[in-house]
Design a binder for this molecule. Structure first.
Ligand code: SF4
Length: 688
């Protein structure tokens, strides 16, 4: 070890923050991180990174890292060794399963963990415990986007690559603060604007950087994107600007879809969205004039009661205009976490095995039953929203949560916290003693990406390897090793010695990953799923066929259901999201000294009108109150927000946490919380 301290090592890794999936070399000396060096051959980013990827790594050496397992004794945690912790887990989880049945246990996988770890979590739930109650945090973000794509084109992932976005004639960005949430991807668009005159349309509530740079900025009323998207589709069909031969040869359902568009006239769209008809017509003309169109979207679309429907409307519009299956076209739901794509791809979902094969399909179930030597339930399990309800109903008794601070990031945080208080047994595995971990009976110390080996899948379905740059800190362990210990504590005979063996098993069982091997992913090499047995991968989906049995896409008929009604005494709309410097609630970035000193806490953006009306200046403190709770935050007056719309940043894990204000409404199809559909009252405070 002393020798190693002196040598400088270069290790290839993949960023642990957003779904762009930048890869780079990290230079280390002992535990010191000397620098991040991006390289030309990095497939998603080349020589670019953003501030988080470059400077957001101090957290790995934070004093607050968990280095030993903790076991609750009354009100305090006591340090333990792995054997003691596993003895408690084996006994308690085993007893709960025996007493209440396997469905009394729920598992949450982490979208910060590797594909191999997601695979093991779902295998633990299904093969060892005997339940499909396993989910991951795409339930909080992109499940509605996936649902929109399942309905229309068949695969739950971006249809092309980041390079397609760069070469499109027209990029439409809906409800995504791309410059701050997916910085390196945004630079691709900025460069394309300069180099080949790429046109950009942005639709958002907030005039963020990409909106400023857009050729056309559409500012709909909150929750109404569905209407203008459908109106554009109708207008394009009415004008005869659609791609008739594409629709004829490759798409089903045009007639019924067209009938469903009847109500979506331009006038209706203006009335509902507040966007002028002239702007909508201009958008339609820009689509007509572009040979290739990509549509990008994120939480501004999905975190609504109609998130799946709006995502479907996006895909419908692409189908009508023939913008699938050619370079420079397609649908791009921008994945938030580094591996939120992979967590779902590898089956950490209550209704799907790895590779999006339904648990209700007997043929598929048989394949897994035979491979694992077990019999599996034939009905889907609970998603994470249903798990919280099931705790309140007394049906769910124990949870094993990996790397997910549910007590803060799930909507209506107080209700989630009350649920955790009621659990008979809670295991939390994380880097830090998060808010969620404070409710645990056993806390297991995990390793961050720099301390482990495995693969991540970025937003463009690209699977990339990461290699360990540091030894695990203290007694902490890579998650796959901990999950294996938990399985063994329940009597399973797992003996994986390397993550490559886990990937080999997943590739054997799931056709989507048939040709994935660690050799084919060596170094900076990567593969975009689906990967054929011979190793051929798929940078661009739907070239010849859509992922349905007859190979044809499906236009999905649509009905407009307005967003949830506001309560009149809560007079301000509460939008919320990320800022460049921080990642989500800040469990990692707030422990990076440089970032914390720049942006220490959450703040709320207030429009100049509301500031004038209430006598607010920058830095003054306000209390925001919703029917569910309160937060206290300082104010930033800015014309990025408009009228009675606020924007609360989500980088707070204390009294500014946004989910103290959000409630229980969810997307109608997927149960994704409607984080963006709440209203609040604001009071000015005399002091912080
Ligand atoms: Fe990491 Fe995303 Fe920044 Fe790339 S753009 S360095 S993946 S946070």
């Amino acid at each position: 070890a002393a020798m190693r301290e002196k040598t400088i090592r270069k290790t290839k890794t993949v960023c642990t923050y957003c779904g762009v999936g930048c890869s780079f070399d990290v230079w280390t000396k002992g535990r010191r991180i000397l620098k991040i060096q991006p390289r030309e051959e990095a497939p998603a980013n080349g020589i670019s990174t953003c501030v988080k990827g470059k400077f957001g790594w101090d957290f790995v050496n934070s004093e607050e890292r968990l280095t030993r397992p903790l076991i609750r004794r009354g009100d305090v945690f006591e340090e333990a060794d792995w054997e003691e912790a596993m003895a408690v887990i084996g006994e308690k989880l085993g007893a709960i399963r025996d007493r209440y049945g396997p469905d009394a246990i729920g598992l949450i996988a982490s979208s910060k963990c590797t594909n191999e770890e997601a695979y093991l979590m779902q295998k633990l739930a299904r093969a060892v415990i005997g339940t499909h109650n396993v989910d991951n945090c795409s339930r909080y973000c992109q499940s509605p986007a996936t649902q929109g794509l399942f309905r229309t084109v068949g695969y739950g992932g971006d249809s092309g690559s980041i390079s397609d976005i760069a070469q499109a004639d027209l990029v439409i960005i809906v409800g995504s603060n791309t410059a701050e949430s997916h910085p390196v991807l945004a630079t691709r668009i900025k460069r394309a604007q300069k180099l080949h005159g790429q046109k950009v349309i942005v639709a958002d509530l907030r005039k963020h950087e990409m909106a400023e740079r857009a050729d056309l900025f559409l500012r709909p009323r909150p929750g109404t994107d569905f209407v203008w998207l459908s109106a554009l589709a109708r207008y394009i069909l009415d004008q005869g600007w659609h791609d008739a031969s594409f629709l004829e040869e490759r798409v089903n359902g045009l007639e019924e879809y067209r009938r469903s568009l009847e109500p979506f006239t331009m006038d209706f769209a203006e009335e509902i969205t507040g966007i002028a008809v002239s702007d909508l017509i201009r958008a339609a003309e820009m689509i007509r004039d572009a040979d290739t169109v990509c549509i990008l979207w994120a939480m501004g679309v999905t975190q609504h009661t109609g998130g799946s429907d709006t995502s479907t409307a996006i895909s419908n519009l692409l189908l009508v205009t023939g913008n699938y299956g050619r370079p420079g076209t397609g649908a791009y739901p921008l994945r938030g976490h580094n591996n939120v794509q992979g967590a779902s791809d590898f089956g950490a979902m209550p209704h799907m095995f790895p590779g999006y094969e339904p648990v209700t399909d007997e043929r598929v179930r048989k394949r897994y039953e035979e491979a694992w030597g077990v019999s599996l339930p034939d009905r889907p399990g609970w998603n994470n929203h249903q798990m919280v309800d099931a705790i309140h109903d007394g049906r769910l008794k124990a949870m094993y949560i990996v790397g997910e601070d549910m007590a803060l990031v799930d909507a209506n945080a107080r209700r989630v916290q009350r649920a955790f208080e009621q659990l008979e047994f809670l295991i939390v595995q994380d880097l830090f003693l998060t808010r969620t971990a404070q409710f645990a009976d056993v806390v297991l110390p995990a390793s961050p990406s720099l301390e482990k080996e495995g693969t991540f899948t970025n937003t463009e379905r690209r699977i990339q390897r990461l290699y360990p740059a540091l030894e695990p800190l203290g007694d902490s362990l890579p998650d796959w090793q901990i999950i294996q210990k938990v399985a063994r504590s329940l009597g399973a005979d797992w003996s994986y010695e390397h993550p490559g063996e886990i990937m080999a098993e997943a590739a054997r069982l799931s056709p989507m990953f048939a040709g994935v091997t660690y050799e084919r992913l060596e170094g900076y090499r990567s593969l975009q799923w689906p990967v054929l047995p011979d190793g051929t991968d798929t940078p661009l989906l739907y070239r010849d066929r859509f992922a349905f049995p007859d190979g044809k896409a499906r236009l999905h008929p649509m009905t407009w259901i307005p967003p949830r009604k506001r309560e009149p005494s809560y007079d301000l709309h509460l939008n919320n999201g990320r800022i460049l410097e921080h990642f989500h609630e800040g469990n990692m970035t707030a422990r990076s000294a440089g970032i914390r000193s720049k942006v220490p806490r959450a703040f709320v953006e207030v429009s100049p009108e509301v500031a004038k009306e209430r006598g607010l200046r920058n830095g003054m403190w306000v209390r925001l109150t919703s029917p569910y709770g309160q937060v206290r935050v300082p104010v930033l007056v800015t014309d990025r927000v408009r009228g009675r719309e606020l924007y609360l940043t989500m980088n707070d894990h204390e009294e500014g946490a946004v989910n103290l204000l959000t409630g229980n409404d969810t997307d109608r199809e997927t149960d994704t919380p409607a984080y963006k559909e709440y209203t609040v009252r604001m009071e000015v405070l005399d002091e912080p």
